[in-house]
Design a protein around this ligand. Structure first.
Ligand code: PXG
Length: 289
């Protein structure tokens, strides 16, 4: 494996950054998770744009242009000879001292690109569906740390995952600070009711997921009515279908929430249709390398 760090490639064992990097000391940085399918990078522009937006919000100056960052991603994929890959982009504020003071990070921001094989969920999960649970840890209030910022501080989400694991589940629903459904720990949530598609709006605790956006686009093309609407757990319990979306997981059917069966308890018809159309798109769309 070859890992890109600040313009150079290092073997996995030598891919290291300073212990004084504020990304490590304070979670002071941003990231993206991107996927490539058969040498096509899916939604690369959208991911690069979001990375720069997250960094802009945190006043981290990325030492590359968007074009250079795009080229660095492609170069990393080529260097690793991967046809299907999961790409992790990380930008930290860089090396500082032991204080919080960001102005003491005098060097430049660190840019790390890791390309690896994707660890897929087992195929069985996509056929049978996932059982999930609501957990106590909520997403941050937007005026604490805005959930649109994909920062290196994912502790709420890690705690939510731990809470789900402790209860015997793989994935957790996180609410926002108002008590509405926000999303899962690394995926957006959708429900289907009366042939129409619903997902929480992009305010409060919900990340503007790129897969979420793609699924809304696909649904509109299929003439399925879509709503970005605040959702309560009750509305999810009485839904006909539900599923999660994310770069890593793609589209995962949800068949049970907090012990309540969703619809028939099997992946729904609209969910399966969207999965099929999404897979088609990943085979044909993207930046070739
Ligand atoms: N919500 C959150 C909180 C996320 O971090 C998504 C939704 C889905 O967004 P995209 O743009 O990927 O459709 C994410 C995605 C993982 C993993 O292993 C996923 C994410 C971050 C870390 C790990 O699935 N981000």
């Amino acid at each position: 494996m070859k890992v890109y760090i600040n313009g150079k490639f290092y073997s996995k064992n030598n891919a290291k950054i300073s212990v004084f990097d504020h990304g490590l000391l304070y979670g002071d940085g941003v990231f993206e998770g991107i996927r490539s399918y058969n040498r096509l990078v899916f939604k690369l522009k959208e991911h690069i744009d979001r990375l720069f937006e997250s960094a802009h919000s945190l006043m981290i100056k990325i030492p590359l242009t968007k074009r250079q960052m795009t080229e660095a991603v492609i170069e990393t994929l080529k260097a690793n000879r991967l046809n299907d890959a999961y790409i992790r982009l990380v930008v930290t504020r860089g090396e500082g001292d032991l204080g919080l003071e960001p102005r003491k990070c005098l060097g430049r921001a660190s840019v790390i690109i890791i390309a690896d094989k994707i660890a897929l969920y087992p195929e069985k999960l996509y056929r049978q569906g996932l059982k999930i649970i609501t957990v106590p840890t909520i997403r941050n209030h937007p005026e604490a740390l805005n959930p649109q910022v994909k920062s290196l501080n994912y502790l709420n989400n890690i705690l939510a995952k731990i809470e789900a694991n402790n209860a015997g589940y793989q994935e957790a629903i996180m609410l926002d600070s108002m008590g509405y459904i926000a999303e899962c720990t690394g995926d957006n949530l959708f429900l289907v009711k009366n042939q129409q598609l619903y997902t929480p709006p992009q305010c409060m605790g919900t990340l503007r997921g790129i897969t979420r956006h793609t699924v809304l686009d696909i649904a509109r093309k299929l003439s399925i009515l879509t709503h970005e609407h605040v959702l309560t757990r009750h509305e999810l319990y009485i839904a006909d279908e539900s599923f999660l979306t994310g770069t890593a997981a793609e589209i995962v059917p949800v068949i049970c929430v907090d012990g309540r069966r969703i619809g028939s308890g099997k992946p729904g018809k609209i969910t399966r249709l969207l999965m099929q159309e999404f897979r088609k798109l990943t085979k044909t769309e993207g930046v070739r390398y």
